[in-house]
Ligand binder design. Structure first.
Ligand code: IVH
Length: 674
């Protein structure tokens, strides 16, 4: 081996390592929807890999991440269809200089169209004879998943268009608006399901669901930004988008034709501020050569067009003082370090607390109270610490707070004093004192009574806290021992609210088995998983004796969840609580497991309308069937009665009145089938 190749060796190794790392990052981002690298880090690593590949042409590999776009293929249940035109990515830039470099390579008279860069996932829509016939994800750029059933739930995407060529393609971005994203995460938080990190991940997870009804409920939107096909009208990109708008497509108004880099920079400066008022997430702008003939002339690299480039907005970050690190204990005992900050303004809100993730994160950045730290909100809902300022920096904090000691994670629970444990392979420290640690006890009760679980009205966070303080509630089974006089004797609670609470507790005894299972709060058993388990194990007795292998056979149940279930039933305290809940009369079996419960509704056709407090519509449907009745969709002469909740549709109400059909409240209905 000669001297030069020895010097080259570490760089060749680096090249190989970067390929592996970027391939893995693509998989995490596109398939699992759990990004591991920030976009910026990803881009820097990609640039480095490109440089190294240019240094070592003998190591060219068509499979390298520099040669293909990341792939979102890998989910079952969708037909994979080849793209007529490959779906490429865009080169990124972060500064005026990089934009100038790009502009220099264009024809001198090139007009540049500036558009917002929407931060969702790209979609290709095919229209044949005016009808939407296919909707493909980017996939690996060559072929994508056909998600048309889900796309048809998006109101702003037309299913039919008139006056268009017989065949053409529209490309755009599918997005989950901020408001919908926040509502979805609130729901998931309540159910202890993992939160989506940002609207992009939420949109991508949603579009890959197998349940168009759920997709419709979540409320996706889309913006379109590119028309392709043969013999299409217009000679510029701008003209085509305006035509598409006339055909009824959702095209942004924030499009501008620019003639100089100064104009482009002004557009960037304007939208970097103004984008905070948009209903959807944007992460930059896209610059495109306007003239289509010039676009064709410029052509493509393996991954990106040469006629377009993205400029990424800098993520919004602020430096502020870390005053103190405190610890928050969740209902499952996980102890999360929280940064208490000197308040700062960030993306329109004041931030004074941010997550420090876990012990390893704090140690890797050597973060200590008294440091000035970077806090970022970006697309995420929970602000997080992303870095630390240099301690020699004159802006850095006084040394009185920062005592120079190395940080160490507490070894006992800040709430109950139990010794913390850290399971091998997990980043989190956990308080094992499930039965004696106040936030865990209260958290479990809060989860048990929550809307998607037992739905017990009147027992909110504050009341639970009060009852806990006064010794009335120590676990979920205690709820069913509450007495009217005990409740009414509490501060702030009169006889009336005590009665309401008891009525809610009573009604919870009808909550079906799947929701009871979810309410028990077994670690990682969310609402959907509980439903799937309850479908296979339709009695608690059968579930109690299931082995991890048997449990793993259930869809969506992996070894970790299976072990949590087995551990739950191996704990004598849990068995005692279950016994008390059983005595109280909770549903520990599926209705389906028992066959029809009665024939009280035999021969009746029942319409369900509106929203309900005690059960979901699906549960009422199951109840109707379990009692021999039939659930029908529309009101007619043959309708026996309408099970009417709040906000019943005005049309149905009018029709029922005109036909003289009775409206029944949910309480009346439950009484009837009791
Ligand atoms: S044009 C051939 N325009 O950004 C280039 N893309 O990072 C076609 N994106 O895959 C893309 N807003 O999903 C274009 N106004 C816009 C865009 C946009 C968002 C996405 C798109 C693309 C990704 C590249």
């Amino acid at each position: 081996m000669d001297l030069f190749s020895e010097i080259e060796e570490p760089e060749r190794e680096e090249l190989k390592a970067l390929r592996r790392e970027l391939e893995e990052a693509n998989y995490q981002y596109y398939v699992l929807n759990q990004p591991t690298l920030s976009d910026r880090d990803f881009d820097f690593k990609m640039h480095r890999l490109q440089d190294l590949e240019a240094m070592f042409p003998d190591m060219f590999d068509p499979k390298s991440p520099t040669q293909h776009v990341g792939s979102d293929l890998g989910k079952k249940g969708f037909e994979q269809v080849k793209h007529k035109y490959p779906m490429l990515s865009l080169a990124n830039s972060y500064s005026r200089e990089e934009i100038e470099d790009w502009v220099r390579k264009l024809p001198s008279n090139a007009e540049i169209v500036c558009e917002l860069k929407y931060d969702g996932l790209s979609i290709s829509l095919w229209y044949e004879n005016g009808t939407l016939v296919r909707a493909l994800t980017r996939g690996d750029g060559q072929q994508g998943d056909d998600v048309i059933a889900n796309i048809k739930t998006i109101p702003s995407i037309p299913r039919h268009v008139v006056g268009t060529p017989s065949s053409f393609e529209m490309r755009g971005e599918v997005l989950l608006p901020w408001e919908r994203f926040e509502a979805l995460n609130r729901e998931r938080e309540e159910q202890e399901e993992p939160l989506f990190a940002n609207p992009r991940n939420a949109a991508s997870g949603t579009l890959k669901l197998q349940d168009p009804k759920e997709v419709a409920r979540r409320g996706l939107d889309a913006y379109l930004y590119y028309m392709l096909g043969e013999d299409l009208p217009g000679t510029t990109h701008y003209e085509r988008l305006q035509t598409a708008k006339q055909w009824g497509f959702h095209i942004s108004d924030a499009i501008k034709v620019c003639h100089s880099v100064d104009e482009v920079m002004a557009y960037i400066a304007y939208w970097d501020m103004e984008r905070k008022n948009l209903p959807v997430a944007t992460d930059g702008i896209v610059l495109k050569v306007n003239n289509l003939a010039q676009q064709e002339e410029l052509g493509y690299t393996a991954k990106t067009p040469r006629w377009a480039i993205a400029y990424k907005f800098p993520a919004e970050k602020q430096l502020t003082l870390l005053k103190e690190i405190t610890y928050q204990v969740g209902r499952t005992g996980v102890v999360t370090p929280v940064a208490n900050l000197e308040p700062v303004q960030l993306s329109g809100t004041i931030v004074q607390r941010a997550t420090l993730h876990n012990e390893d994160f704090i140690k890797s950045l050597d973060i200590r109270p008294g440091d000035r730290v970077w806090v970022e909100k970006g697309g995420e809902i929970i602000p997080k610490i992303v870095g630390r300022a240099d301690r020699n920096d004159e802006m850095s904090a006084t040394s009185s707070l920062n005592d120079g000691m190395m940080y160490s994670f507490p070894d006992v629970c800040p709430e109950c004093g139990a010794k913390l444990v850290r399971v091998e392979g997990e980043a989190a420290w956990r308080c094992p004192n499930e039965a004696g640690c106040p936030p865990q006890i209260k958290g479990k009760i809060e989860h048990f009574v929550s809307r998607k679980a037992m739905n017990i009205d009147g027992l909110g966070e504050e009341t639970i806290d009060l009852f806990y303080q006064n010794g009335l509630l120590r676990n979920i089974a205690d709820i069913y021992d509450l007495k009217l006089e005990d409740i009414a004797a509490q501060e702030r609670l009169g006889e009336k609210s005590a009665q309401n609470m008891l009525a809610g507790i009573e009604a919870s005894k009808n909550v079906p088995w799947a929701r009871v299972l979810f309410a028990l709060g077994i670690r990682m058993v969310g609402e959907t998983t509980a439903k799937k388990i309850a479908r296979v194990y339709n009695t608690i007795d059968s579930l109690q004796w299931a082995t991890t292998e048997q449990l793993c056979a259930i869809e969506d149940v992996g070894p970790q969840i299976a072990e949590n279930i087995v551990a739950y039933f191996n704990n004598i305290r849990n068995l005692e609580i279950l016994e008390r809940l059983h005595q109280a009369g909770l549903q520990f079996e599926s209705e389906a497991a028992e066959g029809p419960q009665s024939d009280k509704l035999a021969g009746m056709s029942i319409v369900i309308s509106g929203t309900f407090a005690h059960h979901s519509r699906d549960e009422y449907k199951a109840l109707i069937e379990a009692h021999g009745g039939k659930n029908v969709g529309s009101v007619s002469k043959k309708t026996s009665f309408i099970l009417a909740g709040d906000n019943m549709g005005p049309e149905k109400r009018k029709k029922a009145e005109s036909l003289g059909i009775k409206l029944m409240t949910e309480d009346e209905f439950l009484e009837m089938i009791k």
